[in-house]
Design a binder for this molecule. Structure first.
Ligand SMILES: C[S@@+](CC[C@H](N)C(=O)[O-])C[C@H]1O[C@@H](n2cnc3c(N)ncnc32)[C@H](O)[C@@H]1O
Length: 230
């Protein structure tokens, strides 16, 4: 799965239309809880996956220094319709900012699970770590696969989830262990066919964060609030 393939996921008119309409939906209950508990006026916040503008629209005018990046130019353009953040097109795996300049780095909805390959996800976490001020927080929206997901209509639309698993098995049998990880799949959501890595348990997620040098401060229904170990 290349960067281009992820960008392509977010240029289809159906998807752009969905995010345009969703821009004023506001934050979820746990996002409100997290921002109220951790964000303070004048703090600098980097939102990764800022495209679509939902979080920027909800957080503007609250006295934060808001910065956003997104891989998709088209999704970034939707966000530009809301004044209130400094936006750029960039990948979570290669963030174009100076070290130690943010109080918070936040991987928004789905972004972390859309980074293909553990190696790339570790790179993204370590990149975020370098950008955080000494007492900064990293927040990652990342939910493990649950029976709720596998029994939802969304899961049933996964084209050939079983076929994907067989492909992974075939690659492994051929000795190509890095081709795909168990948990990698493609889902169709809001008209977007996208890559998604499903972690199997909260423990698996936590271990990945720990491997990059973070400790978990709190987990609010899938929003992981992390600090790095100094
Ligand atoms: C679910 S969407 C929209 C999230 C949006 N902020 C919201 O909740 O309305 C996820 C966004 O993350 C972006 N994205 C996916 N992978 C990314 C990556 N590796 N780096 C930066 N942005 C990425 C996509 O282009 C897309 O705009």
């Amino acid at each position: 799965m290349s960067v281009k393939a992820i960008q392509k996921s977010y240029v289809q008119s159906e998807a752009l239309c969905f995010y345009r309409e969703n821009i004023n939906e506001g934050l979820s209950a746990e996002e409100i809880q997290f921002t109220q508990a951790y964000f303070q006026i004048n703090q600098s916040i980097l939102l990764i996956g800022a495209g679509g503008g939902r979080e920027v629209a909800a957080l503007k005018d609250q006295g934060f220094q808001l910065f956003g990046v997104d891989l998709s130019l088209e999704m970034t353009q939707i966000t530009q319709s809301v004044k209130g953040a400094h936006l750029s097109v960039a990948s979570a795996v290669s963030l174009p900012f100076k070290n130690k300049c943010f109080d918070h780095v936040w991987f928004s909805d789905s972004v972390y699970c859309q980074i293909p390959g553990r190696e790339n996800r570790q790179k993204a976490l370590k990149g975020a770590m370098a950008l955080l001020k000494p007492d900064g927080f990293l927040t990652v929206d990342c939910r493990p696969l649950t029976s709720e997901i596998t029994s939802s209509p969304l899961w049933k639309t996964v084209p050939g989830a079983v076929v994907h698993r067989l492909r992974v098995l075939k690659q492994w049998l051929l000795g190509n262990f890095s081709a795909r990880e168990a948990g990698d799949t493609e889902i169709v959501e809001n008209g977007v066919k996208k890559f998604y890595h499903f972690f199997r348990s909260p423990k698996e997620i936590e271990q990945e964060f720990q491997a990059a040098g973070f400790k978990v401060v709190e987990c609010l229904s899938g929003l992981w609030i992390l600090k790095y170990l100094k």
